[in-house]
Design a protein around this ligand. Structure first.
Ligand code: SF4
Length: 229
């Protein structure tokens, strides 16, 4: 018996035993069928080729709860790139990164730096929402990180701002605490062939919980502005 049929029969039995009329059966959410994901293409010349490579990705378990794969947004030739941790509920719904409350704060930071959102490129370490917004697990990061590396190689920004601990740890390959390294110029250890300066700083979601840290992030962004000048 198929899993769905088995669940339906158990469900009917329970209602019959309780002497109740069977209500409309709730739709069982079916996890995407695990299929063979495409191997990395020999060359990735455009963002579309990265989108095609990702496809309807099932390379890690995060595919099971997602509504949308959140690939990235913004100027594909940006000098400044922001990298966060993972999509949240609003991002999962829209398919765009940083569109919730933290995203609105990020927009304000970008504007305070003298840019518009369309001038920069924004992406995350993983492209599907982890359940209950938990941090992505190491195996999820390692399944997904190749896509971000490809995006960075394509955009070739001058500066990457790592928003929060997950982004900093992954791109700088460090175990240092974000408080210890924020505000300092770092090298893009994860993609050493590119000459990119990296600024680790606090995630906008952290700033929503700790507004007093906004001043610190602004100091970091002023340094980024001088690097770009
Ligand atoms: Fe694929 Fe990344 Fe989504 Fe995992 S998080 S399913 S690797 S796109």
């Amino acid at each position: 018996m198929e899993k769905d049929e088995f669940l339906t029969s158990q469900y009917k039995k329970l209602w019959a035993e309780a002497g109740l009329e069977e209500p409309i059966r709730p739709r069982l959410r079916r996890a995407p069928r695990r299929k063979k994901d495409a191997p990395a293409p020999a060359s990735l010349r455009s963002m579309q080729s990265i989108v095609d490579w990702i496809g309807d990705c099932t390379r890690c378990g995060l595919c099971e709860g997602r509504n949308n794969i959140v690939i990235g947004d913004g100027n594909k030739r940006a000098e400044l790139m922001f990298v966060g941790e993972a999509p949240g509920a609003d991002e999962d719904k829209t398919g765009l990164p940083f569109v919730g409350r933290a995203g609105k704060l990020l927009n304000k930071i970008i504007e305070a730096m003298g840019f518009e959102r369309k001038d920069v490129y924004i992406a995350n370490i993983v492209k599907c929402r982890p359940p209950n917004n938990r941090p992505p697990q190491p195996e999820e990061v390692s399944a997904c990180i190749g896509f971000l590396h490809a995006q960075i190689k394509l955009v070739r920004p001058k500066v990457i701002v790592c928003l929060g601990a997950s982004a900093a740890k992954t791109l700088l390959q460090t175990e240092e605490n974000i408080s210890a390294i924020r505000g300092t110029a770092q090298e893009l250890v994860a993609v050493p062939e590119l000459d990119v300066k990296v600024m680790p700083t606090f995630h906008p979601a952290y700033l929503l919980r700790n507004p007093s840290a906004k001043k610190t992030v602004w100091q970091d962004m002023k340094k980024v502005k001088t690097w770009l000048a």
